[in-house]
Design a protein around this ligand. Structure first.
Ligand code: SAH
Length: 448
């Protein structure tokens, strides 16, 4: 096999990154955008020892699961790598990810529910963080081509709320009008690195964050004044990120105009959200995810509940009125401040949030003799740590409800809980991120 050679392939499977998989002359070949059941002519791109990458030259036999979206090739590969698959098949793909992981862990007896579909299949994101760079001599917004920092200019971000796209374009045009230089990452020069725009689905309020190399720059006042005129913008923040780094946000935020937070709602609970706080990005699907988790928790009025990896307290504050007490922890201080303020805002007096790493706070609480009834965990992709799991078990909960954005680490952690006398029999995938391969899942562990 040689690079650039054209071969005929039968696609038999989808990888976890949603690439078509074929077997050819003892090699596994991954093909972007190809679907199981398709016969294709493909050009070999990169050849390794046991596997290779190829790209479609021609589809000879097309899968009935294919949809022909009119998307730029780079949008498809970078932002929406499932967009060529019918939505019900996307849901099946996500369920299969969980089934395969359980199979590898010898847990085939665990049931996997049907993936809960998202109410919106496109335009569902309530937040966009888009890079700003100079392209063809002018400041532009877009996204980075996969595995690169080449900006592909874009004005319709497909999975993002169109109201956010509207604001992104308007801010881009104001920055162009004042000749603000885009960030130049090679020399750590220029000015605007990212635009970060959030919109509350419940109130319509919009926050614009200019992520900039300097705290102040030429025409900032005029620019702020013009952005404040964009319909529905209620908050303008400058995030100062002076470092040569790939991390998007710097540590400091400066309010330029309007409110320091935007207000959103989940169910009947209101939440104020600060610029650095995590908030679930699929507004219409989040209450459905939480309802599922809360239903699994089967809460009682006397329960002591932990909300671990709490963000701004969205899960704990949604249940506080139905239980005895809620305690939570989260590593980002502004998010914890939001959580405690949000408790007050909603007249909740039995919930308290602290700043700290879950794997450090939980052992401290266990040592103090805390006993719990239900623990909600909602960790980032890397999952829980053994220290957290040991301490959680020490507080003797009846149930642990695990919400995960990465089923691989979830299955690993569930096995650790099993070794300590907890069991589970079902996992329910939830589609929080249509058109992308990301899988969210919920399960409940019960004490044997
Ligand atoms: N439960 C919230 C947040 C989930 S996202 C919600 O549904 O909105 C995960 C959160 O964990 C983020 O807010 C992140 O800042 C926080 N986090 C990441 N690592 C952490 C750690 N080691 N200890 C505590 N919180 C952590």
């Amino acid at each position: 096999m040689k690079k650039n050679e054209i071969v005929e392939l039968d696609i038999t499977d989808l990888s976890y990154e949603a690439m078509g998989v074929a077997h050819y002359e003892g090699m596994t070949i991954f093909v972007n955008n190809a679907l199981p059941g398709e016969k294709i002519k493909a050009k070999l791109l990169k050849i390794k020892k046991n596997f290779a990458f190829a790209k479609i030259e021609k589809i000879i036999k097309e899968s009935p699961d294919r949809v022909n979206v009119k998307l730029n090739h780079w949008v498809q590969t970078g932002l929406a790598s499932l967009a060529h698959i019918k939505y019900d098949k996307q849901l099946e793909f996500k369920r299969n990810q969980v089934v395969n992981l359980l199979h590898k862990a010898d847990l085939d007896k665990i049931e996997v529910g049907q993936t809960l579909p998202s109410p919106q299949e496109v335009g569902y994101r309530n937040k966009a963080q888009v890079p700003v760079r100079k392209v063809k001599g002018q400041l532009d917004i877009g996204f980075f081509r996969r595995h690169s920092h080449d900006l592909v200019p874009l004005t319709n971000f497909f999975t993002t709320d169109p109201e956010i796209d509207r604001v992104l374009v308007a801010v881009r045009d104001i920055l162009r009008k004042y000749n603000v230089p885009a960030y130049d990452e090679i020399h750590n020069k220029g000015e605007i690195r990212y635009l970060d725009v959030r919109r509350s689905k419940a109130t319509g309020e919009i926050m614009v964050i200019l992520v900039a190399l300097h705290k102040d720059f030429e025409h900032l006042q005029d620019i702020t004044q013009e952005i404040s005129q964009i319909d529905k913008v209620t908050s303008i923040v400058l995030n100062h990120n002076p470092k040569k780094t790939n991390v998007i946000l710097g540590k400091k935020d400066y309010l330029l105009w309007g409110e320091p937070q935007i207000t959103d709602k989940i169910g009947d609970v209101s939440f104020k959200i600060s610029p650095q706080s995590f908030f679930q990005i699929n507004s219409l699907q989040t209450p459905r995810l939480y309802d599922l988790a809360i239903q699994k928790a089967d809460l009682k009025p006397d329960d002591v509940v932990i909300d671990a990896y709490s963000g701004i307290g969205t899960i704990g504050l949604s249940v506080a009125k139905h239980v005895k007490a809620v305690r939570g922890m989260e590593v980002i201080k502004p998010a914890v401040d939001d959580a405690n303020a949000n408790a007050k805002l909603n007249g909740i007096t039995n919930a308290e949030y602290v700043v700290g790493k879950a794997e450090e706070v939980m052992p401290r609480w266990a040592k103090e003799g805390l006993k719990t009834d239900v623990i909600f965990v909602d960790p980032p992709r890397k999952g829980l740590t053994p220290e957290f799991i040991d301490a959680a078990v020490e507080t003797d909960p009846k149930k642990i409800v695990y919400i995960s954005c990465n089923p691989a680490t979830m299955v690993r952690d569930l096995q650790l809980f099993q070794e300590q006398g907890y069991d589970f029999n079902e996992i329910d995938p939830v589609d929080m991120f249509p058109q992308t391969p990301h899988v969210e899942a919920v399960t409940v562990l019960e004490k044997k």
